[in-house]
Design a protein around this ligand. Structure first.
Ligand code: AMP
Length: 221
């Protein structure tokens, strides 16, 4: 199964992808994580991506596709995966279709109001090493400022500052929201209320995926 998570920054894509990884074993493929790793490692692609990321715009499609193609070619993606943050525009959706992957495609639009997005992102802390996500009030780490998973010091992402959040939202409305109509027309889109708790949102997503799985299994009998 190939799961695509659409949704504004702060809608909970990373958290849902992590929930699906622990429930079904689907690897979480986040283009944001891949890009941040490339920036940290100062690779040529990372150096190219850095300024757009700092401004809240989109990194060019060729750079993102190069990183994604390499990741999707790995063995753990053979039976499915969850895409967190890709596609971000129509051209990327077309490139994904051109890969010709098989198996059911399920797309979720994680819908949440902008007031909730600002609160979530300004309170978000992330682990720069393993990309685990925390919230200073709703999901604090056990030891203040330290990742529960790997012990690295947590950081506030440079693009989780209010002025960059506003730009990221503008980019989302202009470039990514048109994908909703595309996947609605394809019949693969499911809209989810992502303003609920993480547990409730993940449970709703899982209900849809379990139903798709049952239907696919029945059609193969
Ligand atoms: P995210 O972690 O998904 O919020 O992404 C952080 C930043 O990485 C975005 O604001 C973009 O600058 C860049 N980015 C992530 N995914 C993509 C993508 N699919 N296409 C272009 N830029 C991306």
């Amino acid at each position: 199964m190939r799961v695509i998570l659409l949704g504004a920054p702060g809608s909970g894509k990373g958290t849902v992808a992590e929930g699906l990884r622990s429930a079904y074993g689907f690897p979480k493929i986040s283009t944001g994580d891949l890009l941040r790793a490339a920036v940290r490692e100062r690779t040529p692609l990372g150096l190219k991506a850095e300024s757009q990321m700092g401004k809240g715009g989109l990194v060019d499609d060729a750079t993102v596709l190069a990183l994604l193609g390499e990741r999707l070619a790995r063995e753990d993606c053979r039976d499915g995966y969850t895409l967190d943050g890709f596609p971000r525009n129509i051209a990327q959706a077309e490139s994904l279709e051109a890969l010709g992957a098989t198996g059911p495609e399920v797309v979720f639009d994680l819908h949440v109001g902008e007031d909730v997005i600002f609160r979530r992102l300004t309170n978000r802390r992330t682990c720069p090493s393993c990309e685990a996500i925390y919230h200073v009030i709703n999901k604090p780490p056990k030891k203040e400022g330290t990742c529960d998973v790997c012990g690295t010091a947590l950081v506030q992402r440079a693009d989780d500052k209010p002025e960059v959040i506003a730009e990221r939202l503008k980019t989302h409305h202009a470039k990514t929201e048109p994908l909703i109509a595309r996947y609605t027309a394809k019949g693969t889109l499911h809209r989810i209320d992502a303003g609920q708790t993480a547990e409730a949102t993940i449970a709703e997503v899982r209900k849809v995926l379990d139903a798709v799985r049952d239907k696919t299994a029945r059609s193969q009998d």
